[in-house]
Unconditional design. Structure first.
Length: 224
C-alpha cells in the first residue's frame, strides 16, 4: 500500500534558505520531489523519513525532526473519535536512542497532550491531563520493540477526553490505560503528527552521522 502524504505538511531538518536557519516546512508532494535525502517513497510504497541530529530546527528547540503533519486542525469535540494509526519501523536511532514517532500536537505550544516514543527498544508515551501541566507523566506501552522491527502504533482520542495508545510488535500487543483529559483542552486546536523527532539537542560537537530514520508502511488518520 502506498503511503499518501501528498497533502500533508512535512516538517524537515532542512533550513528555509541559506540565510534563514529555521526548519523548512513543505507540502508532501513537493517534499518528495525536492527533498529526496530526507523523505522518499520506496519501491513498495512505504515512506522513508530521515532526521540527522544536526540540522535545522524550530525557533524554540535545538532538536531536529522529519515529521508528517495532517492537514488542518481539530477540536476533541469535533468528532466522536480521532484515530492515528501507523505501521512502521525505526531503522536508525540517534545516540540518545529516543525519538518521537507520533503525537497529538497542540497549536501554538511545545507541550502536547500526547507524545509517543520509540525509546531504547520500547514504545513509551508522555501524557498531560491538563494544558497547564508543565511535565508529562511517562509510561511504557510495549516492551521489546527492537531497532528495525515492524510495529504498529495507534493513538485514539474521543470527544469526551478519553485517550489511549496501543502498540504491537512480533505478536505482542499492549494498550495503555484509558487516560482522561481535563476541560483545559476543550478549546485547543490539535493535529496528529508522526515520523521521527529526535530527543537530543544538537551542538557543535554532535557526530555528523548521528540521526534517526523510520519507514512508514501504513498510515491512516480518521475523525468521525
Amino acid at each position: 500500500m502506498t503511503v499518501d502524504i501528498s497533502n500533508y505538511t512535512i516538517a524537515t531538518p532542512l533550513p528555509i534558505s541559506e540565510t534563514n536557519p529555521i526548519a523548512l516546512e513543505i507540502i508532501g508532494w513537493r517534499a518528495l520531489l525536492e527533498c529526496p535525502d530526507i523523505i522518499s517513497m520506496l519501491d513498495d510504497g512505504s515512506l522513508q523519513l530521515t532526521a540527522p541530529t544536526t540540522g535545522a530546527s524550530s525557533k524554540s528547540t535545538h532538536r531536529t525532526r522529519c515529521e508528517w503533519k495532517e492537514p488542518g486542525y481539530w477540536l476533541f469535540a469535533s468528532a466522536a473519535d480521532h484515530w492515528n494509526r501507523q505501521e512502521m519501523r525505526v531503522t536508525k536511532v540517534n545516540s540518545a536512542q529516543k525519538v518521537v514517532i507520533a503525537q497529538i500536537h497542540v497549536k501554538g505550544s511545545e507541550r502536547p497532550p500526547v507524545k509517543v516514543f520509540w525509546n531504547k527498544g520500547k514504545i513509551t508515551m508522555g501524557f498531560r491531563s491538563s494544558y497547564l501541566q508543565e511535565d508529562p507523566v511517562n509510561t511504557t506501552v510495549l516492551e521489546n520493540v527492537p531497532l528495525g522491527a515492524l510495529f504498529k502504533v495507534n493513538i485514539h482520542a474521543n470527544d469526551s477526553g478519553a485517550v489511549s495508545v496501543s502498540a504491537s510488535c512480533n505478536g505482542s500487543k499492549s494498550t495503555s490505560p484509558i487516560l482522561r483529559l481535563d476541560n483545559t483542552w476543550d478549546t485547543k486546536t490539535l493535529a496528529f503528527h508522526g515520523g521521527v523527532y529526535n530527543q537530543i539537542d544538537y551542538s557543535d560537537t554532535t557526530d555528523p552521522d548521528d540521526g534517526s530514520i523510520c519507514i512508514i508502511s501504513d498510515l491512516s488518520i480518521t475523525h468521525g
